[in-house]
Design a protein around this ligand. Structure first.
Ligand SMILES: C[S@@+](CC[C@H](N)C(=O)[O-])C[C@H]1O[C@@H](n2cnc3c(N)ncnc32)[C@H](O)[C@@H]1O
Length: 330
């Protein structure tokens, strides 16, 4: 709780450690206070206290052999630099999230919980209500796609050979579809999304390495069946946006749209304690937006739903976020 209360100072410490380059020296470690102070032109006693702050966050191992603090050696836990860059670096997801008007609810949560304070439609609507919101939202989504792209890359040899046409349902501005094309030379990919997102997908198409193989299909998955003619469909961070009855309906529409042998992919932050923590911003912010459900479900919900719907060979492939794959029976 003490760390929580001092959270903004902890962010200051981590940002400073990243920006000064201290983390680059600490992660390979062990490195002595003497060497660190000399290398970074810092005062040893001040740096000692600074490193205590980092240690209190669980990020450092320290060996303090004697009376002279200069002999103290440190090593950062593995992966700290990358984790710090992801959380507080210039392209971090958190910095992007911070641009949303969360302050509207800050300090007024009790009123918000009673329904007396909400985000206005101008502040946030789900789905986004105009061009400006669409662009801001899809940009945020693209920033956070890294874990999904890693997982897809890891399993590319298994997913794409023999597949011809891929539809990324609710596929944002097309970053994922464009990325997949780089790993699957035989594939054509379309993004299915609300018509308002079309121009953003077009931008992605023009900038990507395979513009002739990327397309856009405008539509509303609540208003119509999913388009047929694709032998692979994906829901990436789409199903958790909706109540369970809608998630079921979308999986059913995917089943109906796929040909026999067709492949369905589902990837999102399946609920675990860590991922719920990563989702903290949206859980908090969306308290004030009733149209957005934000429902992280355990992976077993989806494997069960796929089997119930009639899919076979349902598997959970490992990754930063797992990938659920399933086939429509032949
Ligand atoms: C949380 S975003 C995920 C975007 C992308 N798949 C990703 O992971 O970056 C949900 C996506 O669903 C799209 N969407 C919302 N309602 C939709 C609807 N009724 N029909 C089609 N797409 C919809 C949104 O425009 C958005 O691109």
């Amino acid at each position: 709780m003490s760390l929580l209360f001092n959270g903004s100072k902890a962010v200051d410490v981590v940002t400073t450690a990243l920006e000064t380059g201290l983390l680059d020296a600490l992660e390979p470690g062990p490195v002595s206070l003497r060497d660190l102070a000399a290398r970074f032109g810092m005062q040893p006693l001040r740096l000692y206290k600074f490193l205590d702050c980092l240690e209190s966050l669980g990020f450092l191992e320290r060996d303090e052999p004697g009376d002279d603090i200069n002999d103290t050696t440190y090593r950062a836990v593995r992966g700290l630099r990358a984790a710090a860059a992801a959380a507080v670096g210039p392209d971090s997801i958190e910095r992007d999230r911070d641009t949303y008007p969360w302050r509207r609810l800050h300090g007024r949560l009790a009123e918000s919980l009673r329904g007396e304070v909400s985000l206005t439609e101008d502040e946030f609507s789900w789905p986004p209500k105009d061009e400006e919101q669409t662009e801001a939202f899809e940009r945020s989504m693209s920033v956070g796609l890294g874990p999904v792209l890693d997982t897809l890359d890891r399993h590319a040899d298994r997913l794409w050979p023999g597949r011809r046409r891929f539809l990324d349902v609710g596929g944002g501005a097309g970053r994922l579809a464009a990325h997949v094309l780089g790993k699957a030379p035989e594939l054509r990919a379309d993004v299915y999304n609300l018509p308002a997102v079309g121009p953003l997908v077009e931008e992605t198409r023009k900038r990507c390495g395979h513009p002739d193989r990327l397309g856009f299909v405008g539509g509303d998955f609540f208003a119509e069946p999913l388009p047929a003619g694709y032998d692979a469909l994906a829901f990436v961070r789409v199903l958790h946006d909706w109540p369970t009855r809608d998630a079921r309906m979308l999986v059913r529409k995917a089943f109906d749209a796929l040909p026999p042998g067709g492949l369905l992919l589902i990837c999102e932050e399946f609920r675990t304690p860590d991922r719920l923590a990563m989702q903290f911003f949206w859980s908090y912010f969306l308290i004030g937006a009733d149209s957005a459900v934000s429902r992280l479900r355990e992976v077993e919900f989806y494997t069960g739903l796929l089997a119930e719907t009639g899919f076979t060979d349902v598997e959970v492939l490992p990754g930063v976020w797992e990938l659920v794959v399933a086939h429509k029976p032949r």
